[in-house]
Write a protein that binds this ligand. Sequence first.
Ligand code: G6P
Ligand code: MG
Length: 214
Amino acid sequence: MTKACIFDLDGVIVDTAHYHFLAWKRLADELGIRFTVEDNERLKGVSRMQSMEILLGLGNVALSQHDKETLANKKNTWFVDYVERMMPEEIYPGVKALLEQLRKQGIKTGLASSSKNAKTVIQRLHIESYFDVVVDGTMVVHSKPDPEIFLLAASKLGVDSKDCVVFEDAEAGVEAALAAGMKCVGVGSPVQLGKAQRVIEKTGQFKPAELEQL
Ligand code: G6P
Ligand code: MG
């Protein structure tokens, strides 16, 4: 029986995945690396420095650790600029209602994002109080597809992995949820998320009654 739902943030609660893409794209353009929306799928769910490595790999560019960190910081400055201009209305339609319905049914809610900016984002959206537990990229060593972040969220929620359902828009996130022994609802395209028990287009269209059919 489902006792907790754990949500990814970027691309599941709000479209910050697009802001990440725009910031990486700007960096790729500066570096003369061809970078498409399809390439960006590989960056979803993974940490900032791993994303940096994937981007440089696409352009066959080798840089020192120091330069990689400088460029990743630059990308983050651009991303944070977007976040600072974000409005609470940007939360995807139906997401708050879903979180409220889950809680009413006694199901715990967690947020598990690889982003080190996750807390800032949920503060800007005024939704901190909708989650019983928030786990972010500052609290784990291994980012998705490693299951660490979901296992940490489940342990903080006091719920067994098998009783958790994860909502994810990234292939790496779906893999992490399954590796943690959890069920997963993919949010996006079945092409990337086909391993999930179910794939939906938008988080807000999910109904709590559907949890037991997973
Ligand atoms: C999430 C996003 C990734 C992002 C990562 C790190 O997993 O899906 O696109 O690169 O977090 O985010 P950060 O805000 O710490 O750079
Ligand atoms: Mg995501």
